[in-house]
Design a protein around this ligand. Structure first.
Ligand code: SF4
Ligand code: F3S
Ligand code: FES
Length: 239
């Protein structure tokens, strides 16, 4: 067991005029996740602590939060990787740039509005191949979109982006990754329409290549590279 101090940003809109820091000491295993440490607080010290989580295995994307100043999934970060020595403090805050509903829970609707705005679905009204099989792709064609399919919509990228902090209307890196996934899908027929959306004022050109998104992505998606590929497609008219 090791001791750990959690410094958690708390806010209850029903009684707090502003956010405050709660400090909690917990005993955890070095191989526990920060999510386990947060559960120690919620289950044994202060049941009013609010946070989102579901799978606890880095799949559902619901527990993105700012830990020690960097966006990450609480269920993926090991205690031993979050502290240098026993008793160290780990700060935990809600994602930045989205309205805080309560404690570590932010309103994800603006984030999903941006996601929905880029048509994140396959468009193809052509008849299916006559043999009744699915629309086939080569391995190379599949590899082009493979990275984007790993996105779990955790919002760690978008809420670490300085352009998004400056203007929440910017569509943001998560939406761009999900647009990329279909723009470069050889089975899709709406690339031009989608690129037209991304070419607008709050679209891809708001990206200033800060790279925070790539660093924050728990799925190791090369976010900035994908954004560059969208920019290139727009400037060269390659699609
Ligand atoms: Fe999360 Fe990565 Fe998807 Fe962004 S691109 S929402 S950081 S999984
Ligand atoms: Fe933001 Fe990522 Fe671009 S952090 S500025 S979207 S490279
Ligand atoms: Fe599902 Fe962390 S709880 S990704």
């Amino acid at each position: 067991m090791t001791k750990l101090t959690l410094k958690i940003k708390r806010f209850n809109p029903e009684k707090d005029a502003k956010a405050w820091w709660g400090t909690y000491e917990v005993d955890v295993e070095p191989t526990d996740r920060i999510l386990d440490a947060l559960h120690q607080v919620k289950y044994f010290q202060d049941g009013t602590l609010n946070l989102r989580r579901s799978c606890a295995h880095g799949v559902c994307g619901s527990d993105g939060m700012r830990i020690n100043g960097a966006n990450q999934l609480a269920c993926k970060l090991l205690v031993k990787d979050a502290i240098k020595k026993e008793g160290d403090t780990v700060t935990v805050e809600p994602l930045m740039g989205l309205p805080v509903i309560k404690d570590l829970i932010v309103d994800m609707e603006p984030f999903f509005d941006h996601y929905r705005s880029v048509m994140p679905f396959l468009v193809n009204d052509e008849p299916l191949p006559e043999d009744g099989r699915e629309r086939l792709q080569s391995v190379a064609e599949q590899e082009k979109i493979m990275e984007g399919t790993k996105c779990i919509l955790c919002a760690c990228c978008t809420t670490s982006c300085p352009s998004f902090w400056a203007n929440g209307k910017y569509v943001g890196p998560a939406a761009l990754v999900n647009a990329h996934r279909f723009v470069f899908d050889t089975r899709d027929r709406a690339a031009s329409e989608r690129l037209g959306i991304l070419n607008q004022q709050m679209g891809v050109w708001r990206c200033r290549t800060a790279f925070n998104c790539t660093n924050a992505c728990p799925r190791e998606i090369p976010v900035t590279q994908q954004i560059a590929e969208i920019k290139r497609a727009l400037t060269t008219g390659m699609i």
